[in-house]
Write a protein that binds this ligand. Sequence first.
Ligand SMILES: [Zn+2]
Length: 115
Amino acid sequence: MAYMGRRDLVREGGVKLKKDDSVRVIAGKEKGKSGRVLRVDRDKGRVYIHGINMVKKAVKKRKTTDKAGIIDIEAPLDVSNVMILCKKCGPTRIGFKQDGDEKVRICRKCGEPLT
Ligand SMILES: [Zn+2]
């Protein structure tokens, strides 16, 4: 796996986001909002972002102590509709840099590591 051409980068590039990333929504009804990634669904290419894309969900009462009714939960967004936020540049694309044995995510605009 020595070859690291652009094709590899693209193929691998489904989901580069991670839990706790700060992201900006760039498309859809939540466009312009920012939030923190709660969960990444790599198989489906979707992300759950705290407080973004809330939907009502009915919950059933299972135990007497449970509350039944309607709760608000985050619905996932397609990863293509969100961009990671660089502390310097704002919304940006994710690049990669080899740092020893580790592959580090960097901002494609300024080259700073994305943490
Ligand atoms: Zn940057």
